[in-house]
Design a protein around this ligand. Structure first.
Ligand SMILES: Nc1ncnc2c1ncn2[C@@H]1O[C@H](COP(=O)(O)OP(=O)(O)O)[C@@H](O)[C@H]1O
Ligand SMILES: [Mg+2]
Length: 371
């Protein structure tokens, strides 16, 4: 099978007629979501569990099995039984770190290929990344197909390594174009990135990470938090088939792909808005209740800590500035437990501390009652 040579960007011949209603819809939903985001004093903290959930789902598209609950429990010190699950969780935590690193960088610098390499290095930091040219564009041929089968049986063979740089240069220029339809541009940016497949591994996850970064840089959202992966995971087959179809290099295939992507943007904008609103409501509700329960000036700082790390042991508060001493913390946590706000995830025994969870927050993020 010959390596695929992607087309030069921009793409000509897109059938706009069929896309126009979708473009309008997706833009309206995104603007509605941004309205909610814009009103948030601290979206990073408040939406932190959604960021973790995005990392979980984006990784799940590639086959990792770990769940949001497992990641959060791991952070609180509960190790899973299987070693492979620990590796999954490590990569999910790397994913989240990479997203945060990108957010920081974009506040002062435009997106660049160098940033992309840096993010790759963060994503594949750890055991599994060892043999995957971490932080480097690949210098060998790779392919997509059933694991263990040779290149002859590949589903898709990306460009030869010596052709990667010219394609990436064209891609980076296109990324910074000021196109009138940024969501269509983003659909093309994601797909073209997957077709260039510049890294040995991690291309899917990095390509999905680009979505919020691009939206933020183009000022379509006021902070770089947007979660796309739930839709791509739910419609994984259609997602992959859409990308695969682009190998034909036809306007029809591109139009179909862009349509799929716009539907994903529309649906996820509405889903993100719904979840962000539910989280804001929960925060407001809990704030009132915790003040009532504790009569403490530490009530709100405590609540902020719980949103930042909703599964925890009491040592979470040891190194947080502005928190009171241990006895008062234990007293407050006790009251929240009694009121049913905090649930016990693991009982303490011997030197193993008790693990608690702000269950309602996790359930809102997950969309079902998992704790
Ligand atoms: N036929 C295809 N053509 C182009 N890209 C594809 C195709 N099939 C899958 N992909 C993309 O490749 C990604 C997998 O590549 P990989 O480097 O293993 O990324 P990761 O390690 O993040 O999973 C998928 O998530 C998808 O985005
Ligand atoms: Mg992979």
């Amino acid at each position: 099978m010959q390596p695929f040579e992607p087309q030069q960007l921009p793409i000509d011949g897109i059938q706009w007629d069929s896309l126009i209603p979708l473009i309008g819809k997706a833009n309206r939903s995104l603007a509605y979501y941004d309205g909610i985001l814009y009103g948030l004093a601290n979206p990073d903290v408040l939406l932190s569990p959604l960021t973790t959930q995005e990392a979980v789902l984006s990784s799940k598209i590639e086959g990792t099995q770990a769940t949001l609950g497992e990641v959060l429990k791991f952070e609180a010190g509960e190790a899973p039984v299987e070693e492979s699950r620990v590796r999954d969780i490590e990569e999910i935590m790397n994913y989240r770190r990479a997203m945060r690193r990108a957010e920081e960088e974009l506040k002062t610098h435009p997106f660049s290929l160098n940033l992309l390499k840096e993010l790759h290095a963060v994503l594949l930091d750890g055991v599994r990344g060892k043999f995957k040219a971490r932080g480097q564009f690949r210098t060998t041929q790779n392919w997509i197909g059933t694991s263990g089968l040779p290149i002859e049986a590949a589903q898709f063979v990306p460009p030869a390594p010596q052709n990667i740089m010219p394609h990436l240069d064209n891609w980076e220029k296109y990324y910074h174009f000021d196109r009138p339809d940024p969501l269509v541009q983003l659909a093309i940016i994601h797909a073209q990135f997957e077709m260039i497949h510049p890294f040995l591994d991690g291309n899917g996850r990095l390509g999905r990470m680009i979505v919020p970064l691009f939206l933020f840089e183009r000022k379509l959202i006021s902070s770089p938090v947007f979660y796309i992966s739930a839709y791509l995971e739910r419609y994984r087959e259609e997602y992959v088939a859409g990308l695969q179809g682009l190998s034909e290099k036809t306007p029809t295939a591109w139009t179909r792909w862009i349509g799929f992507f716009l539907r994903a943007m529309d649906e996820q904008s509405r889903e993100n808005a719904r979840k962000a609103q539910a989280i804001i409501d929960l925060y407001g509700r809990l704030k009132g209740r915790i003040i009532d329960l504790t009569h403490s000036r530490y009530a709100v700082p405590l609540l902020d800590c719980l949103f930042d790390q909703p599964v925890f042991t009491s040592s979470l508060f040891d190194d947080r500035p502005g928190m009171p001493g241990k006895p008062m913390i234990m007293n407050m946590l006790g009251r929240l437990k009694k009121a049913g706000i905090l649930k016990v995830v693991r009982e303490g025994s011997g030197r193993r501390p008790q693990i608690l969870a702000l269950a309602e927050l996790i359930n809102v993020c997950e969309g079902s009652d998992i704790i």
